[in-house]
Design a protein around this ligand. Structure first.
Ligand code: B4P
Length: 194
């Protein structure tokens, strides 16, 4: 089993690159952003709670997100591995993920951190907001999401750096070029199937 964390600020391309990675390496995709948006659209109690935070550009409480992840891993016992996209976003979430995986006799093997200048992040997300209909893709909320990332999520890079698992990758290139840089790192652990 090979488990990858795709890490980076809002709009750095985690979702975009995950799609390519799961196809080529035949891994299961776990995106906490997608899972939360699904709960919101189905108006579940969890979704109603999460929406309050997401609409303000704040992180959803750890216990909500960690509970969702555990169930999602259990749904795919035969998986070749997982791509965690947008999770963990706090050191608390990273510690919880380590414990969950240890319980399943596996671990995180590699963390790829996408690095993109802040001006590019804002431009990408404002641009996506024009078509996505996402309530958190407007300039005011985007700025809050980036601040939330800097204060709560950036420390997660140090957590994995201390474990010797972190690789930083330039994410400002076009999608295909960025993908080539990411796959070069993944190929050290696992070769593409497709
Ligand atoms: P997410 O859904 O994870 O969204 P994101 O960080 O904004 O986007 P991502 O980095 O995936 O960017 P994308 O590829 O889409 O989170 C949304 C919210 O959910 C959070 O703010 C939080 O409230 C909540 N949440 C999620 N996970 C949580 C957790 N673990 N704990 C607590 N709360 C959590 O790319 C963005 C745009 O850029 C797209 O339009 C794309 O086409 C474009 N783009 C991508 N790569 C490009 C490139 N190379 N060049 C040009 N444009 C590019």
């Amino acid at each position: 089993m090979f488990n990858l964390v795709l890490f980076g600020p809002p709009g750095s391309g985690k979702g975009t690159q995950s799609e390519n990675i799961i196809k080529s390496y035949q891994l299961q995709h776990i995106s906490t952003g997608d899972l939360l948006r699904d709960e919101v659209s189905r108006q579940t109690p969890l979704g109603t709670e999460a929406k309050k935070y997401m609409d303000q550009g704040m992180l959803v409480p750890d216990e909500v997100v960690i509970g969702m992840i555990s169930g999602k891993i259990d749904e795919s016992p035969e998986a070749r591995g997982f791509v965690f996209d947008g999770f963990p976003r706090t050191t608390n979430q990273a510690e919880a993920l380590d414990k969950l995986l240890e319980f399943k006799n596996t671990q995180i093997h590699l963390v790829l951190a996408l690095e993109v200048p802040e001006a590019d992040l804002i431009a990408r997300l404002v641009n996506r907001g024009i078509t996505s209909g996402r309530s958190d893709d407007n300039e005011e909320v985007i700025t809050k999401r980036i601040k939330e990332y800097q204060s709560k999520t950036e420390p997660v890079a140090r957590y994995y750096g201390d474990q010797g698992k972190l690789e930083r990758v330039a994410g400002h290139h076009p999608v295909e070029e960025t993908y080539a840089l990411l796959s070069k790192n993944i190929n050290k652990y696992l070769l593409p199937v497709a």
